[in-house]
Design a protein around this ligand. Structure first.
Ligand SMILES: [Zn+2]
Length: 70
């Protein structure tokens, strides 16, 4: 079962699934939109978009990880 990247106008195959809330800021910064229903909380991304988004969420990720360790 394969699905396409859910960034608007992207037709590449998705590789990763990420939380929509978690990447919303990154999407804004990159001027991207996702084509998913409002109720959907997960977004599928292709490799390229995942990499792009990851740049922005890296910082937040670290903070989360630190919190979990405690
Ligand atoms: Zn994509």
């Amino acid at each position: 079962m394969s699905a396409n990247c859910q960034i608007v106008s992207c037709i590449k195959e998705s590789e990763r699934t990420v939380g929509k809330e978690r990447i919303s800021e990154a999407l804004k910064k990159e001027n991207l939109e996702v084509s998913v229903d409002k109720r959907v909380s997960k977004v599928k991304l292709c490799k390229d978009h995942y990499r792009l988004i990851k740049k922005h969420v890296k910082k937040a990720d670290k903070i989360e990880r630190l919190r979990w360790k405690v």
